[in-house]
Write a protein that binds this ligand. Structure first.
Ligand code: UN1
Length: 515
């Protein structure tokens, strides 16, 4: 387990991974037929060895239609179920997730390749959002507004929207579903979920717990439906007018297609697309803290978070020391089997991710970048374990503006804070950003209107690892959606403005006379 030279690594045997996955599925009570690899349908695979674990049945067009119909049917009673009663379902889900935290984390590690601590953290994120949503179920409030007319009351009421289609990506295979589902359910919506084809087992496990929670509290199980499938299932969710809101997490390319198609039928979208997140390190920064924050954000999850730190914008006076310390830290980062104790960097999801990483590093080098790390470990088979890479760039070339979903940290140098903020904002994406500084003026400026243009702007912490209590999402090509905490729930409800006349006169607004 080293990083800067490629070495061989020990990975678990695929038979053992099959047994571990089966045990976890059994414990959560998932009922599914596990076909032999290659038997058709969805191939549930593992990036730990690059092999297929099982074949799973894929949802047909009829299955998709039936799931949407069931969710739409359940909506008619769910929308009038009192919100705190809906909260009881989410509370039960949270309990079951707590009970089965290890089982779900095991599946997340096997399918998404996350190290155990991060996989457990992802399940914790689900538990956290359930707690949040339960509290929210008693706080779905509207405003009362001063009316311009005597004897009138003006107010807002919030109502459930309908069926929410949820499309999730491989890198947060369970938490992003939970952000959407926990909030949507207390808001009175029902959910149809299409998980990534790369992580079907974790999805089946979540759905099993969801159905059990519904049975335990006497809620209709149809409030949440799961569809294992590919593009066709996704397209149906995009185009079906019964889907009131489509919440999609994935690439900018996917969002560019989904957004206009849903808008065409006047549906709503909530998009969580790419990020190309930067951290500014100023001369006053606490470098010990900055190095720790940077290494977790850039190398954690093998660079496969949408919040991963991809660009470091360092002041000329600190850049040399900073790069030296990051490269030093990278040298001692254990790369390998994510389920083994001590590993900090697991595998890339698949060969394409690896090829993209190699291509980006080649381009960066051709642009004059100085590359440290980025080697593959154990070059046999279809598993792709890599050392995270740091690339010192002479300037921001096109490759720096690209989101490569791999652990590559480009380093740029700046002289003035204005220049650093301009670099932070120079990319098409606008998800997360950070500044490391002990100067309050710099920190405040970074968060001000002429500071970072991202949905997330942090001070003295990295770009990744947001808590669920805040609204999560970003601007520009990131898609503009907000999920999870704060008032993100408003995206899952429709607003009605009500004017009530409790007088015996009929004054018209704007002083209009009509008699
Ligand atoms: C994602 O990568 O799609 O802030 C979500 C974070 C996590 C969520 C990431 N809480 O890094």
């Amino acid at each position: 387990m080293t990083t800067m030279e490629s070495t061989s690594i020990t990975v678990p045997r695929v038979e053992d991974l099959r047994e571990r996955a089966k045990a976890a599925l059994r414990t959560v009570g998932a009922e599914l037929t596990l076909g032999v690899p290659g038997a058709g349908g969805i191939q549930a695979s593992t990036p730990l060895t690059g092999e297929v674990l099982f074949s799973l049945t894929e949802a047909s067009a009829e299955d998709t239609d039936a799931a949407i119909a069931e969710a739409a049917g359940a909506f008619t009673s769910w929308r009038t179920t009192p919100a705190p009663v809906r909260g009881a379902l989410v509370a039960r889900l949270g309990e079951l997730l707590t009970e089965h935290k290890d089982d779900l984390a095991q599946l997340v590690t096997i399918e998404a390749g996350k190290i155990t601590s991060e996989a457990l953290g992802e399940v914790q994120e689900m538990i956290d959002i359930c707690e949040f949503a339960v509290g929210l179920s008693r706080q779905l409030y509207g405003k009362t507004i001063a009316s311009e007319r005597p004897g009138h009351r003006l107010m807002e009421t919030w109502h459930p929207l309908g069926v929410v289609g949820v499309i999730t990506a491989f890198n947060f295979p369970v938490a992003v579903w939970a952000w959407n589902t926990a909030v949507a359910l207390v808001c009175g919506d029902t959910v149809v979920w299409k998980p990534s084809e790369l992580t079907p087992l974790t999805a089946v496990a979540c759905q099993a717990l969801m159905s059990r929670a519904a049975r335990d509290v006497g809620a209709p199980v149809e409030v949440s439906r799961l569809l294992l499938g590919g593009r066709e299932v996704g397209e149906t969710l995009v185009d079906d007018p019964r889907v009131a809101l489509l919440s999609a997490t994935g690439s900018v390319r996917m969002g560019r297609e989904v957004g206009p198609r849903v808008a065409q039928r006047f549906g709503r979208v909530l998009l969580e697309l790419g990020g190309n997140n930067a951290a500014i390190v100023t001369p006053s920064a606490d470098l010990d803290l900055a190095v720790r924050g940077i290494v977790f954000s850039a190398a954690g999850t093998a660079g496969q978070r949408c919040t991963t730190l991809r660009r470091l914008i360092a002041h000329r006076s600190v850049v040399d020391e900073l790069v030296e310390r990051i490269v030093g830290a990278y040298r001692s980062l254990p790369v390998g089997d994510p389920s083994a104790q001590g590993t900090l960097v697991g595998p890339l999801i698949h060969e394409t991710a690896y090829r993209d990483m190699v291509g980006a590093l080649e381009q960066a080098a051709a642009d004059g970048g100085e590359v440290f790390g980025g080697h593959r470990h154990g070059t046999e088979g279809d598993a792709y374990y890599v050392s995270p890479a740091v690339v010192r760039m002479p300037s921001q070339t096109a490759i720096v503006h690209n989101e490569t979903f791999a652990p590559i940290l480009y380093v740029l140098t700046y002289d003035t804070l204005d220049e650093a903020i301009a670099l932070n904002n120079a990319v098409p994406q606008g998800l997360s950003s950070a500044i490391f500084t002990t100067d309050i003026r710099e920190a405040e400026r970074f968060m001000a209107a002429d500071g970072s243009d991202c949905g997330i702007a942090n001070v003295n912490i990295g770009t990744s690892g947001a808590e669920i209590g805040g609204a999560f999402g970003g601007e520009k090509e990131t898609g503009g959606g907000r999920e999870s905490g704060s008032d993100s729930w408003k995206a899952y409800m429709r607003r009605a403005t009500n004017t009530v006349n409790y007088s015996s006169e009929l004054p018209l607004a704007q002083g209009v006379r009509f008699s």
